[in-house]
Design a protein. Sequence first.
Length: 164
Amino acid sequence: MEHQEGTEAVSSPFAAPAPGPAPGEPYPTAPRPDGYVPTHPAGYVPVHSAPPRTVGADYLAWSGPAPFAFPGTEEVDPAEVFAGPGYTSPRPRTSTWARVAIIAAVLGVIPGISLVAVVAGHVALGKTSRGRIAGRGMALAGLALGYIGVTLWLLFALVWAITL
């Protein structure tokens, strides 16, 4: 069957609903077919006309101490957690041992400091394996450079001892 011009459109259950009141305007009261007339309290305003709020703004405005903190989050800055869209996790702290390992590995040109890098690297790997502290990559780098430094110093000592 072909579509004919000028025919009335049949209302579809998928048609768009009638538009609601404009923001800030109260809902109109209209009688229903059964005779009931809905009434709204004076000054009733639709919910969608409320001013927009940013998530976490009231929490960021709080200047007093936090009313409750989950264990392990006492030093977390709420401004960092609530800064972006949605909630973000605070960055985990970097292991001090991992920092010592990488610094000692870089200073491995000084005799004996490479041993400090190896020891600190192993301690840092143990601390970072639990996942609560960051710095596993630094610990591995310090450990690798420390072992390379120890090997080079042992070769240097061996060559020096042979040439005497």
